[in-house]
Design a protein around this ligand. Structure first.
Ligand code: PBG
Length: 324
C-alpha cells in the first residue's frame, strides 16, 4: 500500500523551527569555506573592485593586518591571487624566490601559521598578454607552461603555501606540479586541482579584480561549458595525476557536474562560487530585488547539497563576521 495523502503529510516535520532544524539535511559551516583574496604589490591604498561590491585589492603592506583580521573572524583558509607590477611574457615573477607569489604565502603563514594558505597557481596576472602560460605562434604552449608551473609551485611551497591550486588548465599540470614539489622535498604540500574548469563568462568581474589584460579567450585550454562527460573525464585525469582535492568551477550553474564528479571519485571535492556569481547576487540585492543573506545561504547550501565538501566564496568574510 502506498502511503500518500492523507496518510502522508510531509508538513508534519516542518511545523516548528526545531523540527525544521532537526530534519535539515545539509549545513554549510564556516570551516567549509575558503576566502579568495586579491593582493596588489607596489600600492599603498586599498583598491575597491567596482564589479564586485565589497571586494577590494589589498595592498601588500596591509596583507598581514587583513590576515590577522580574517583569522580573528574565524576564517580558516584563504586562496591568494596576486596583482603583479612585474609582468613579462612568461610570468617569471611567479617563480622568483622573493616574487609576489612567494611573498604572499610567507606573509600569510608568518601572520597566522594555522591559516590554511592556498596559492592560486597560474600566469594570467603576471603576463603581458594575460594568457595562462607561455604563448607561441599557435597559442598557449602546454608543455612549456608545465615547466613553469612546476617552478611556481616550488616557489609557493618555499613561501609556506599549504596547497598549490593550479588554475592554468594545462594538460598534465597536476603531474608536473606533484613531480616538481616532490623533487624539491615538498612531499606534504598538497595539490588542489582546478580539475574541471569551464571557459565561463562568470569570470567576468575577476578580470577587473585580478587586473588581467587578456584580449580574446581561453577556449583552447578551459573547457566548453556544454560538456558533461568531458567534465568528469577532466577531473578523473587529475585524480590519476595525483591531485589531493578536485574542483568544479564555476559552481552555481554546474551543480549537475558537481554531483557527477562526487559520484565518480572518493577524493574531496571543492567548488568555486566565482566572481560573476558573487556580482550577480550583490547587484541584485543592492537593487532590492532579493534578500542577500538568504540567497547566499541558499546558493552555498545548494553547492554543498550537490556534493561539494569545500566552497571557495567571496562571501566568506561577510559570513565570518556576520554569521550565516
Ligand atoms: C586564473 C583564474 C581565474 C579565476 C581563478 N583563477 C580567471 C580565469 O580563468 O579567467 C576566476 C575566479 C573568479 O572569477 O572568481 N586563471
Amino acid at each position: 500500500m502506498s502511503s500518500v495523502y492523507p496518510v502522508s503529510r510531509p508538513r508534519r516535520l516542518r511545523r516548528t523551527p526545531a523540527l525544521r532544524a532537526l530534519f535539515q539535511e545539509t549545513e554549510v559551516q564556516l570551516s567549509d569555506l575558503v576566502l579568495p583574496i586579491f593582493v596588489e604589490e607596489g600600492v599603498s591604498d586599498y583598491v575597491p573592485v567596482s564589479a564586485m561590491p565589497g571586494v577590494v585589492r589589498i595592498p601588500e603592506a596591509r596583507l598581514a593586518f587583513e590576515i590577522e583580521r580574517y583569522a580573528k573572524a574565524g576564517i580558516q583558509s584563504v586562496m591568494t591571487f596576486g596583482i603583479s607590477h612585474h609582468l613579462d611574457d612568461i610570468g617569471s615573477d611567479t617563480w622568483q624566490e622573493n616574487g609576489l607569489v612567494a611573498r604572499m604565502a610567507r606573509i600569510c603563514k608568518d601572520t597566522a601559521p594555522e591559516m590554511i594558505v592556498m596559492s592560486d597557481t597560474c600566469f594570467c596576472e603576471y603576463t603581458t598578454h594575460g594568457h595562462c602560460g607561455v604563448v607561441h605562434d599557435n597559442g598557449v604552449d602546454n608543455d612549456a607552461t608545465l615547466v613553469n608551473l612546476g617552478r611556481q609551485a616550488v616557489a609557493a611551497a618555499r613561501g609556506g603555501a599549504d596547497f598549490i591550486a593550479p588554475s592554468a588548465a594545462m594538460d598534465g599540470q597536476v603531474q608536473a606540479i606533484r613531480a616538481a614539489l616532490d623533487g624539491a622535498g615538498f612531499i606534504d604540500t598538497a595539490v588542489m586541482a582546478y580539475s574541471t574548469k569551464f571557459a565561463s563568462a562568470f569570470y567576468g568581474p575577476f578580470r577587473e579584480a585580478g587586473g588581467t589584460v587578456l584580449k580574446g579567450n581561453r577556449n583552447t585550454y578551459q573547457m566548453n561549458p556544454m560538456n558533461r562527460r568531458e567534465a568528469i573525464r577532466e577531473s578523473l585525469l587529475d585524480e590519476q595525476e595525483g591531485a589531493d582535492v578536485l574542483m568544479v568551477k564555476p559552481a552555481g550553474a554546474f551543480l549537475d557536474t558537481i554531483r557527477d564528479i562526487r559520484e565518480a571519485t572518493h577524493l574531496p571535492l571543492a567548488a568555486y562560487q566565482v566572481s560573476g556569481e558573487y556580482a550577480m547576487i550583490k547587484f541584485a540585492a543592492a537593487a532590492g530585488a532579493i534578500d542577500e543573506r538568504q540567497i547566499v545561504r541558499e546558493t552555498l547550501g545548494a553547492i554543498k547539497r550537490a556534493g561539494a565538501d569545500i566552497i571557495l566564496s567571496y562571501f566568506g568574510l561577510d559570513i565570518a563576521e556576520q554569521g550565516f
